[in-house]
Design a protein around this ligand. Structure first.
Ligand code: FES
Ligand code: FES
Length: 155
C-alpha cells in the first residue's frame, strides 16, 4: 500500500492507504482527527469542510493521494494554544451552535471566506453551502460579521 506524507495542523503525518481513500477517512480513522464530520460523503452537506493549502475543501471527496506533500488544516488547528481563532471567538459570543454537528465545517468555511475578504456581504455569506439541520443560519451570519470586525480591528 502506498504511503502519503502531508502536514495536518502543522504536524507532519504519514498514512499507508489506497490512493483513492477519501482524505476524510484518513483524517478520522487513521489519524484520529475527528473535528471534520461525516454527513453525506458526496460533497453535499459540507459537514467535513477543512482546508487544503488554505482553501476550503470537502475531504469526503478528496482522495488522500491529493493531499500528499500539502498542508491540511482542520478545526483542531485553528486555535493558537489557548487563544481561539477570532471566528471561534465570534461563534461563542453569538452562541451559534445548537446540536453542533455541522459547526466545525461551518467555522472552517467561514475562516476560508474571511481569508478572501474581511468585509463579506450577505451574498458572500449566503454562498456558503454548508447545511445546518438545526437552522442556525441567522446566527452564523451574525458571527461571521462579528469575526470580520474582530479581524479588521486586529489588523
Ligand atoms: S460529508 Fe457531506 S460534504 Fe463531506
Ligand atoms: S447546529 Fe445542528 S446541524 Fe448545525
Amino acid at each position: 500500500m502506498p504511503t502519503y506524507t502531508f502536514t495536518v495542523n502543522g504536524k507532519q503525518v504519514s498514512v499507508d492507504a489506497p490512493a483513492d481513500l477519501p482524505l476524510l477517512w484518513a483524517l478520522r480513522d487513521k489519524l484520529g482527527i475527528r473535528g471534520p464530520k461525516y454527513g453525506c460523503g458526496i460533497n453535499v452537506c459540507k459537514a467535513c469542510t477543512s482546508h487544503l493549502d488554505g482553501k476550503a475543501v470537502n475531504p469526503c471527496v478528496v482522495p488522500v493521494e491529493e493531499a500528499d506533500g500539502r498542508e491540511v488544516t482542520t478545526i483542531e488547528g485553528l486555535a493558537d494554544g489557548d487563544r481561539l481563532h477570532p471566528v471561534q471567538q465570534a461563534w461563542i459570543e453569538q452562541d451559534v451552535a445548537q446540536c453542533g454537528y455541522c459547526q466545525p465545517g461551518q467555522i472552517m468555511a467561514a475562516v476560508a471566506l474571511l481569508g478572501r475578504t474581511l468585509d463579506p456581504s450577505d451574498a458572500d455569506i449566503d454562498a456558503i453551502e454548508n447545511v445546518c439541520r438545526c437552522g442556525t443560519y441567522f446566527r452564523i451570519r451574525e458571527a461571521i460579521k462579528k469575526a470580520a470586525e474582530l479581524m479588521r480591528k486586529a489588523g
